[in-house]
Design a protein around this ligand. Structure first.
Ligand SMILES: CNc1nc2cc3c(=O)[nH]c(N)nc3c(CCO)c2[nH]1
Ligand SMILES: [Zn+2]
Length: 370
């Protein structure tokens, strides 16, 4: 069993749980936030900085690495861990989401998805079998099955067709996946329809994957709708397998997801907004590039002990960003990754003390959303 979760403690008043996820590249604590390293790098960070800010398990993308530099090259390099010098666990997404977000540039058939590269417009076909070949060549510890992520909103017929295809494609992935040191996770679909979610879960649970992604969410649906899907779905999932809510999320969604029993998260938000000069602080979001901070010599977040907040002022970081100096977005990225990982540490502490609902209250009080 290359990947296994051991639940250490269930929080008394919620479905939250503290766990250990063991993988061929080491053991990590859950709940866990995975920084996104789409093209085999967490943008602007060295692996040491990703680790320093609290990152332990990172995500990379099959779609992007297949197109550039190519999975054969990564295999020749000795696999993704060696290629990018990250020696902790890695998870690769299957491209299910990426090719579907390509919109008109792609065509879905039972065989797979034909799409045009966003890089040079060349034509490609992703089938479940092809995606498994790519993910096995990349060599991540966890490989996601090739799925069809239905958009939001979509009518029930569309969600049914996408769910049924996702189940058939999951079978095809399982049939050809044979890398023993890599865990294949199924992905539950079903849109925002609880009866379809139940059906997708049942069909995929019957295939006995070692872990499950919860797909088709964080695609523009209202947060309350996402929470409602989780409230209905998670009780149907086995307690001894990891639950990975794909593409989530913002600080409030991380807390709400943990409360509902989610173990794993990934989201580009912290690193993406950092590159736009916006950071999370204990008092909400702050866009440090704004003129109001030109002569503000305080740290970005006065309660933060990250490298950026301990050594640099808002004025300096704003100056760097305005001057297009790369150090600027490196510092905002260091801070945002540290902030999110610190939030996960606080959440784990709250689970240990059975006070996660109080922690939610305390955190959301100051952290004005938006
Ligand atoms: C940002 N929101 C989001 N929703 C997602 C939904 C899916 C999904 O349904 N399937 C797959 N394979 N990946 C997904 C990803 C990429 C990973 O972050 C998503 N990302
Ligand atoms: Zn900081």
């Amino acid at each position: 069993m290359p990947v296994k979760i051991t639940v250490e403690k269930e929080e008394k008043y919620t479905r939250a749980r503290l766990g250990k996820l063991s993988t061929p590249h080491g053991e990590v604590e859950t709940p866990i936030f995975m920084p996104v390293g789409t093209q085999a790098t967490v943008k602007t960070m060295t692996p040491e900085e990703v680790h320093q800010t609290g990152g332990r398990l990172i995500l990379s993308n099959t779609y992007h690495l297949y197109l550039r530099p190519g999975h054969d090259l990564v295999r020749e390099a000795g696999g993704l861990h060696k290629f990018m010098n990250w020696h902790g666990p890695i998870l690769t997404d299957s491209g299910g989401f990426q090719v579907f977000s390509l919109g008109p540039l792609r065509t879905i058939t039972e065989e797979g998805v034909t799409f045009r590269s966003h890089i040079d417009g060349s034509k490609h076909l992703f089938t479940p079998e092809k995606v498994m070949e790519i993910e096995q060549a990349l060599g991540a510890d966890i490989a996601m099955a090739f799925d069809e992520c239905a958009p939001y909103p979509c009518d029930k017929e569309y969600a049914i067709a996408a769910l049924e295809r996702t189940t058939r494609w999951a079978e095809r992935c399982k049939k050809v996946h044979n890398r023993k040191d890599q865990a294949l996770f199924g992905i539950i679909q079903g849109g925002v329809f609880n009866d379809l979610r139940e059906r997708s879960a049942k069909e995929l649970l019957a295939m006995d994957f070692p872990g499950y992604g919860i797909g088709g969410l964080s695609v523009g649906e209202p947060k309350d709708l996402m929470y409602d899907v989780l409230d209905h779905l998670i009780p149907l999932m086995p307690k001894d397998k990891p639950r990975y809510l794909m593409g989530v999320g913002s600080p409030d969604c991380l807390i709400e997801g943990v409360i509902r029993g989610v173990d794993m998260f990934d989201c580009v938000l912290p690193t993406r907004i950092a590159r736009n000069g916006t950071v999370f602080t204990h008092k909400g979001k702050l866009t440090v590039r704004n003129a109001e901070f030109a002569r503000d010599f305080r740290p970005m977040d006065e309660q933060c002990d990250c490298y950026a907040c301990q050594n640099y002022s808002r004025a300096y970081i704003r100056h760097l960003i305005k001057a297009d100096e790369i150090l600027g977005i490196r510092l905002t990225t260091i801070h945002n990754l540290h902030f999110i990982q610190q939030l996960m540490e606080n959440i784990k502490d709250a689970i240990r003390q059975d006070r996660l609902l109080q922690y939610r209250q305390e955190f959301l009080q100051h952290f004005n959303l938006g």
